[in-house]
Write a protein that binds this ligand. Structure first.
Ligand code: 5RP
Length: 226
């Protein structure tokens, strides 16, 4: 088998895009770092160039811990003026670079770091690219006392909310995973979910989607940007 015909496992694709993402890290910059297995591969790559960056902003406690484990300085987002790039995975992504994120429950901090960053580079294996978002349930982070109210409001929108059992976010909240919503207009649905009192954040990343997708495929890395 040559390089072009060799099939890569999902993990190999994740590792390959994590390596490729290093090219998007400006020398001397602070890097926003996502959460999840692909982000973990990226952190391991970032460690190899840690002397060339000023530090990192973490999107979760898990990510902060892994960065510190590599002796990469973790900076408070409030202490920095600009963040040139944010690198993170996704649970689903379309060719318009709209995403569902939050499978790992870190959606709120991920959305905050993504909002601050100039460029969002999404790194995924090929299984995450979809025509229409919504097979993966949309996570929403909810203030605990509002979970029943929010669940009823989601049912009104046509979704089936399921409480993520035994899971508390880094912010002390719960997650409802919304099944069964047809997401024909992700920007509109993201906005509508934002209106429900008690939802802290929803896992649709469409209003601020990715700028670049590095997609790991059997044939190598496919880059998409908008
Ligand atoms: C965590 C996320 C992750 O980016 C998403 O779940 C993808 O994870 P992985 O890289 O493990 O496939 O949004 O909240």
């Amino acid at each position: 088998m040559n390089e072009n015909t060799m099939t890569q496992t999902q993990d190999e694709q994740k590792r390959a895009v994590a390596q490729a993402a290093i090219q998007h890290v400006p020398i001397g910059s602070i890097v926003g770092v996502g959460t999840g297995s692909t982000a973990n591969y990226f952190i391991d790559e970032l460690a190899k160039i840690k002397h060339k960056i000023k530090g990192a902003v973490a999107s979760s406690e898990n990510t902060a811990q892994r960065l510190r484990g590599h002796h990469i300085e973790v900076l408070d987002l409030n202490s920095i003026d600009e963040l040139p790039v944010y690198i993170d995975g996704a649970d689903e992504i379309t060719e318009h670079l709209h995403m569902i994120k939050g499978g790992g429950g870190a959606l709120t901090r991920e959305k905050i770091v993504a909002a601050t960053a100039k460029k969002f580079v999404c790194v995924t294996d090929q299984s995450k690219l979809v025509k229409v978002l919504g097979t993966f349930p949309i996570p929403v982070e909810v203030i605990p006392m509002a979970s029943s109210y929010v669940a009823r409001a989601i049912v009104q929108l046509g979704g089936h909310p399921v409480l993520r059992q035994g899971f508390i976010t880094d912010n002390g909240n719960v997650i409802l995973d919304i099944h069964g919503l047809q997401i024909l207009n992700p920007v509109e649905l993201e906005t509508n979910l934002n209106q429900i009192t008690g939802i802290v954040t929803n896992g649709l990343f469409a209003r601020r989607g990715a700028n670049v997708l590095l997609l790991g495929t059997d044939k190598g890395i496919h880059t998409m940007d908008i």
